[in-house]
Design a protein around this ligand. Structure first.
Ligand code: CP
Ligand code: NVA
Length: 308
């Protein structure tokens, strides 16, 4: 593996290998302190970040590498010079590029140079590092992944897509509970094979994926997950009122008999979730945030030491 652009390029064994390395890094970080020695990383961020930026910078440095952060919010890629020229220059100094970009295509162009490794730190279509850290958080609680059932409420977006992909690989159950306008437009963007069929259920041999237009149609979930209703860069995309029925409340958690609440953060209190849930006994969102670092370290360790 040279790049990590989406979860689709990993199989179940790859993901479980990453989880085992992440566990090992958490248990014995000193064993990995030279894992990235001699490697330099450019962090190219066209959008804001706390968790992704902090966990990559500290995680790279803990493994002996060097990280240089480029804030590109006001200096988007491809404006001052072509992306191809920018990329050719990067290759003189960096062995790795961690990029948060507006368009997935930008990551593909960077990766096409084949001069350095490219890690997707969020784009319009995917957030693979987030979803891997999230399922690692569940794996730490119960490693039998087929026993998990995760229900995602709200906007169908980059996070829900990567979660669905990891769930599929690990044979966990995944339900998307989202307004039809959101789910449809996201799947169109993906040119995905998923489609909303009449009974709102899509099942294949490998996994069970279900789509629900109405929250009341879902009866049970171990885990309720939500994310911001309007993602970065999508400010004009939807009317928040459409999402109001998908808000995560104590009543929803109780009705579904859910044990855990997850959120990638940042949280928008009293929008997608109320404080009683995200600060309550259900919430494992800080464990998710803390697990970003060891999972990303496992990814980088695997790439630069040819484990995967
Ligand atoms: N969850 C997540 O990616 O957080 P940041 O946007 O703060 O990096
Ligand atoms: N879906 C959100 C995730 C933020 C971490 C966004 O893209 O803004």
């Amino acid at each position: 593996m040279r790049n990590l652009l989406s979860v689709e390029q990993l199989n179940a064994n790859d993901i479980l290998t990453l989880f085992n390395i992440a566990s090992d890094i958490k248990a014995s970080p000193q064993q990995y302190c030279d894992s990235l020695t001699g490697y330099h990383f450019a962090l190219l961020f066209e959008k804001p970040s706390l968790r992704t930026r902090a966990s990559f910078v500290t995680g790279i440095e803990q493994l002996g590498g060097k990280a240089h952060f480029y804030d590109l919010q006001n200096n988007k890629l491809g404006v001052r010079e072509s992306l191809q020229d920018f990329s050719a220059n990067l290759s003189h100094w960096y062995q790795g590029v961690v990029a948060r970009v507006d368009q997935h295509q930008t990551l593909q162009t960077l990766a096409a140079s084949n001069e350095y490794s490219v890690i997707n730190a969020l784009c319009d279509l995917y957030h693979p590092c987030q979803a891997l850290a999230d399922f690692f958080t569940l794996y730490e609680i119960n490693p039998v992944m087929s026993e998990w059932s995760v229900a995602y409420f709200g906007d169908a977006n980059n996070v829900s897509q990567s979660l669905m992909e990891v769930a599929k690989k690990l044979n966990a159950k995944f339900s998307l509970v989202s307004p039809e306008c959101s789910a449809e437009s996201f799947w169109v963007k993906h040119q995905s094979n998923n489609s909303l069929n009449k009974d709102s259920t899509l099942v294949n041999d490998e996994y069970s994926f279900r789509y629900f237009n109405q929250p009341d149609d879902l009866q049970f979930a171990d885990v309720v997950y939500t994310d911001v209703w309007i993602s970065m860069g999508q400010q004009n995309a939807a009317n928040e009122q459409v999402y109001k029925p998908y808000q995560v409340t104590p009543a929803l958690m109780q009705r579904l008999n859910a044990n855990y609440f997850m959120h990638c953060q940042p949280v928008h209190r009293d929008k997608e979730v109320v404080s009683e849930v995200c600060d309550g006994h259900w919430s494992i969102m800080q464990q998710q945030a803390a697990n970003r670092m060891p999972v990303q370290q496992a990814i980088l360790h695997s790439i630069f030491n040819e484990v995967l």
